[in-house]
Write a protein that binds this ligand. Sequence first.
Ligand code: NZQ
Ligand code: ZN
Length: 396
Amino acid sequence: MQSFQYYIKTNVVFGEGSVCRTAELVKKHGGSRVLVVYGGGSAKRSGLLDRVFALLDEALLPYDSIGGVQPNPRVELAREGVKRAVEFRADLILAVGGGSVIDTAKAIAHGAANPETDIWEFWKRREVLTRSTPVGVILTIPASGSETSDSAVLTNEQECEKRGLNTDLNRPAFAILDPKLAMTLPPRQVSCGVTDILMHTLDRYFTPADDNELTDALAEALLRVVIRNGPKVVENENDLHAMSEIMWAGSLSHNNLTGLGGVKDFSVHQFGHELSGMFDAAHGATLSVMWPQWARYVVDTDPARFAHYGEAVWRLTRKDGESDRDLALRAIDTTEEFFRSIDMPTTFTELGIGVLSEEQLRELAERCTFFHTRVVGKFCPLDYDGILAVYRMANK
Ligand code: NZQ
Ligand code: ZN
């Protein structure tokens, strides 16, 4: 087990009706003037936004708001949000939505605390972030884990780039997790969310460290719970028990708990970000396409690890004389089959981008190496040629 530091400052408030504690939590975390950030309309349609405004009114908390955040959130809207936050003198940014809204709120929070710097400079690593503004979250979709994560992902449309920024300053001050709020989700979004939750743990589980007993056991338990309850919420978003399990798993899957003591791999996420950056593809859908291909490409790095994954997570039993490699491949097929069973794509065509030209595949691979300046992953570090090979495998 490697040395680690575990820092999660987020005050998580879980349960049906917990949204009524919004104003109390805003005040507890130092907010007196609130900028509310929301998405393309679901929070308006469900009445949640009006409810939040009413709660802030009742508590005599002045607020302003900015909506229109879209999936794969754009840096341009976040810049507008920064201006709004500065003009309004907001001291807490409140996200009402999913990962896209939360990441936009995080970007606004950083920009408001550093108005002299264009926020994209932090994402491009040309400026170092040293201060921010508190962010509160009312979560409406279990998926990204952004409600407790140290990450925020933005898209710069002009540069066709989707980039993440990791810093403890991205950890929200509080997160309200009310599973009832997710019951207006369409099945496709639920499936994307379930996939993303699985992937946040899988992208940590395949790591060079193999002596991480407790962390592995936590990871395997989380994966089993999501595999058991995921199809139930896809089938019926009103299943409160299953939605509760998925929502809690979503927050735990990406706050680093399920990877402590190992190094984060996250290659599949990097493959996915390039697909979203170039084709505006939904995040979860890029992951279900890329994970099985990546896994088949790297399986020989540690077949025993994949075989153990099959036994511990999918409860596969080893057939007489079956090798680690064969069991590993069955585990990968089983995972792919699971994605299909919840209507997730497993090829580029199913993702809706069609079969790509060789030139497009090369561009994806180049972008993924940040134009030949990095390799991707830790379990089996991949350079340009390796990345291109994995993209080619998905190109059908
Ligand atoms: O915009 P509205 O109208 O609200 O609709 C949204 C959006 O169309 C809809 N939705 C959300 N809650 C709903 C709802 N529709 C009905 N009822 C509800 N209760 O769902 C759609 C997707 O929303 P989005 O916020 O994009 O989903 P998600 O939470 O999956 O976030 C995806 C974004 O997060 C990033 C992804 O890359 C992507 O940009 N990620 C952020 C991470 C982080 N900060 O830690 C980690 C992840 O790996 C991920 O990269
Ligand atoms: Zn993700």
